[in-house]
Design a protein around this ligand. Structure first.
Ligand code: GSH
Length: 198
């Protein structure tokens, strides 16, 4: 299997952590989404990473679908299958990824639009969304089980991305989450090696 990814991408980081815990070997293909290259757009018409190319040439996206697939291939080591535990895991994943989606929308506003066109009320809305999600994550991480699940991977990759792009948001505004992230990566150095980096 081959994974179209980039090093700073939080969703790619989550998939790489999942593949690691599922003990699956995946070839990594560095991919710049700005190029809208043929391999990317043929693998994922939406033109986003991560995208997984399976051995038979078929493809999978987005990160949540890829993680589900890897977990099934490996016999469910990271997604509990009992309904309540499954729901708790997937809710935290959706919350962490949704937080990142909002913060990334605010980032993209400044990255991809000329400054005179930046629309502050829209960026403010994204940050209100991200802040609510970060507040909720502070409570959610307290209830996570000891053994890492997909929920831990989503929270860790998403928080590490916030720390990379908006360090003050995590270290200054959410020190409890920053401390959780430090503790998690200290206990799991193999996963720390897969966090988003510039
Ligand atoms: N919901 C998707 C989100 C994927 C996503 O937004 N990926 C970003 C990189 S982390 C991307 O490809 N951005 C390029 C763009 O939006 O043009 C997932 O979980 O895979």
């Amino acid at each position: 299997m081959r994974l179209l990814y980039s090093k700073p991408s939080p969703y790619s980081s989550k998939v790489r952590m999942a593949a690691h815990l599922c003990d699956l070997d995946i070839e990594l293909v560095p991919t710049n989404t700005a190029d809208e290259g043929v391999e990317l757009t043929q693998s994922n018409p939406i033109g986003k990473i991560p995208a997984l190319i399976l051995d038979d040439g078929s493809t999978l996206y987005d990160s949540r679908v890829i993680c589900e697939y890897l977990d099934r291939l490996a016999g469910n080591p990271i997604i509990p299958q009992a309904p309540d535990a499954w729901a708790a895991t997937k809710r935290v994943e959706a919350l962490a990824d949704g937080m990142t989606e909002a913060a990334m929308a605010a980032l993209y506003e400044k990255r991809y639009r000329p400054e005179p066109m930046w629309y502050e009320p829209w960026m403010d809305k994204q940050w209100r969304r991200a802040h609510r999600a970060l507040d909720a994550l502070e409570h959610e991480v307290e209830g996570l089980p000891e053994t890492p699940t997909l929920a831990h991977l989503a929270v860790a990759s998403d928080l590490a991305w916030v720390q990379l792009r908006f360090p003050e948001e995590l270290n200054g505004r959410h020190p409890a989450l920053a401390a959780w992230l430090d503790r998690f990566f200290e206990s799991h150095p193999d996963l720390a090696a897969l966090k988003p980096v510039a």
